[in-house]
Design a protein around this ligand. Sequence first.
Ligand SMILES: Nc1ncnc2c1ncn2[C@@H]1O[C@H](COP(=O)(O)OP(=O)(O)OP(=O)(O)O)[C@@H](O)[C@H]1O
Length: 601
Amino acid sequence: MSANRAFPKDRAEDKEARRRFPSVWLLILPYWKTKEGLQSLAMLACVLVGGWVGTYVSLWLNRWTGTFYDAIGAQKFVLLPALLTSFIVVAVLNAAQMMLAVALQSVVEFRWRKWLTNWMTEKWLERRLYYRIERDGALENIDQRVADDVRLFVHDSLLLTMGVLDVPVRIITFAIVLWNIGGGMKVTLGGSTYTVAGYLVFAAVVYQGTIFLFTHLLGRRAITLNAKQNRLEGDFRVRMVRVREFAEQIAFLRGEQTERQNLSNSLNKVISNLFSTLWITTRVAFFTNTVGHLGSIVPTLLVLPRLMGGNLTLGGLMQSNSAFGSLTGALSFFPQVYLGFASWRAEANRLREFLAVEVVTENVGFVVERGESHIVRGCGLLLTNADGLELARVPDFTVSPGSRCIVRGRSGSGKSTLLRALAGLWPHGQGTITIPSSGMFFVPQRSYMPSGTLKAVVTYPQDESAFRDDECVEVLRACGLSAYVDSLNVVDRWDGRFSGGEQQRIAFARVLLAKPNVLFLDECTSALDSQSERELYTLLLSSLPDATILSVAHRRELAELHEMAIDFSSGSTSEPSEPDQNGKAPHLPFEDRRGLEKMPC
Ligand SMILES: Nc1ncnc2c1ncn2[C@@H]1O[C@H](COP(=O)(O)OP(=O)(O)OP(=O)(O)O)[C@@H](O)[C@H]1O
């Protein structure tokens, strides 16, 4: 059974439960081990070296600031043209380097996102995980996880990693500069005078540390609110998609009022959460803006005694201000990282929930025997739900190669679930299933109509290039869809265009193209009138005379086209016992009556 658990959100929750989820490294490492990943790694190395060169350029600019303002202070205007020329050259080169770094990092981000999304999509589709997730309600908003969470996870991972590798170099560099420029501060305490060396560095750390502390106190709730926002936006989108998907059903039922109410409730939650977030971000913004203004005068105030004592030139003042700004700017990475890391962790946890479903193996309760012959057999089959509660007991049956068997029973008695179990889509139950190793084709109650050309619809799940146009035209005509043969290469939303009955005719056309050896039909003529139903069945039987067929159907008329019946209501397997329209025993059209052979379980 799939894991139907969300990642523990609360720290107090069981640590063991957290450990059961796959490590975040399972999301990160696979890409960087590929050839493309190694190339991306080389690009990131260039970005990082570029960042360090940028730090050196900032250092150069800091020195330039000192020289420039000293020249102005000393009224040596003759030096200005050369200083300005060198400034413009360095500024242009620096801008080019920064632009290149942003572009390179974006390229890596796009490549990693593409790879990871493909990887997740493959995991989603492999071993029918997409079906298990929906069947068991194991995860919400899987589309949001594969599309949005992967994009954000990749973006934030790169941003945080590059910052962690780049920022310490900037911090150390400007701390040294500030230490040297700022000199020491003389403090008189208890009659003794002490010199606090590098006091501007300590001031920068205390200044930025205070901002960090207050940002944390004022804004920590934003982390949980942001995570909640993603979920609420996803829920709202899913509701909208469902209205689009079931537009006709809602329109027939006049369900607009209820849908409007549901959408409005969902939107209210989104907006209410946004308001809560807004209050927090506003007070954080107010605080950081106020402190930000202070930041421009704090270093000046700190060096004022030296300036007044004549120990600092105008250039020195500007240089220390610039170094103080650079250092606090580099230190401000940590408050940002703190919030960014929380978002990153929420994104990673949602993806880890997805991987957890993937690694849990299906607890298949059935013994499945696969044979070379086209026989279908069920022995001692008990169908249960995921909690082990009984849904249905299936009478033992053997449908021998080339035979046709009808499955009957009251609505909700478990007929479709039996077909799911035979298709390997229903793991809950016990007993032995014998099916062929290949050549099976299942037609569900509602056929899937992919978007694209009509030819792609008819040939699904095979690629449309696998069949010639004339083959498709022939089966469309045979199935009563002559009106559409000229639209074979027309792209449309065919699910909206075909009537329910026409969609079922398409399903028959698919079967005729696929020519399976063993065919399972689940009430796939329910939308057709009796005559059309009979015509399609007769067409099918004559086109696939050797196919083993197991049909779930309610209509009595269909029984006489089958040689045997599995009856869920009476709990027996027999030849059809329903009387025909004249009240006579049903006519069995197949003289050898292969389906009635007694075969031991
Ligand atoms: N994914 C599911 N999870 C839990 N129970 C399910 C699930 N799918 C079906 N069931 C239950 O299994 C039982 C049998 O359903 P099934 O669809 O097999 O009936 P059926 O005989 O095909 O009905 P009908 O003739 O109306 O199509 C029902 O009670 C249904 O609620």
